[in-house]
Structure formats: C-alpha cells, structure tokens
Design a protein around this ligand. Sequence first.
Ligand code: MG
Length: 164
Amino acid sequence: MYRIGIGHDTHRLEPGNGLWLGGLKIPHTQSAVGHSDADVLLHAMIDAILGAAALGDIGELFPDDDPRNKDRSSSSMLAIARDQVRNAGWHIVNMDCVIFAQKPKILPHREGIRQHVSDLLGLDINQVWLKAKTGEAVGPIGEERAIAAECIVLLETQAAFTKN
Ligand code: MG
C-alpha cells in the first residue's frame, strides 16, 4: 500500500549570518527567523512524511511553546519524525522538494543537501530530489522578506490496511 504526503513551510528573513537549509548552514547575508533553527526545507519534509503516515504534524510533535524546541536542530526533529514513521511500518519511496527563495542560489548546495537528507533518512540519494525557484523579484519571496519550501513524499508499507 502507498500513501502520499505534502508539506509546506514559510519563515521570515532578517539580516543575519546564514540560512539553515536541508540540514546545512548556507552562507548568506540573511537568516530565517524561527523558534528552532528555522530550516524551512526540513520542516516541509517533516510535515510531508508525518502527513502521509497520518501521524500528526510538526506543530503537534514539536510545540513552539516547549523550551526544549528553542533553537532545536531540524535534523534532530526530522530524525524523530523518521523514527515515528518507521515504527508505524512505513518506508519512504521518494521525496521531491522545492525551495522558494530569491537568494541565495541553491544549485551549488543541492547535492550536499540531498546527501545529508538521504543519509539521515537511510535512503539512496536518488530517492531525494530538490529544486529551487526565485520569486521573480515580486512578493515576500521575491523581495527577500521570506523563504518557503514545499515537499511531497511517497510512503510504502507491506501491511494491508482495512477500514474497520
Ligand atoms: Mg518552520
């Protein structure tokens, strides 16, 4: 049996010393603002895999009023979500993701991010794809006031689920 899931996330940008994206610190003149490390890509991935497995969402798993989640590494959050999905019997078939950012250029970091994410999730690098779109210089993305990401994932299980 298969299930798909989708995740979306947005964070505000402020002047800063780099962006956490896909578990890597990307050099940039801005940083994303958030309770954790504000990694939009990993947050979208977490919501996609949790949603596909019907296991809640990132806000339920890591409430932003819990001090343990302050400045938390999103890689550690994804590892916890991965374990929950695995424990429910699901395997990731593939994920495809989009980063929406006017700057910086994502392509030079794409392979590093794909390697980090596939290692973390126990996948082959070809099960994880990533692309980036600018905001065409308009709107909050294009005016460099925000960064966003979307991710879609396919999960597979050997179990046969029946409605009861
Ligand atoms: Mg977020």
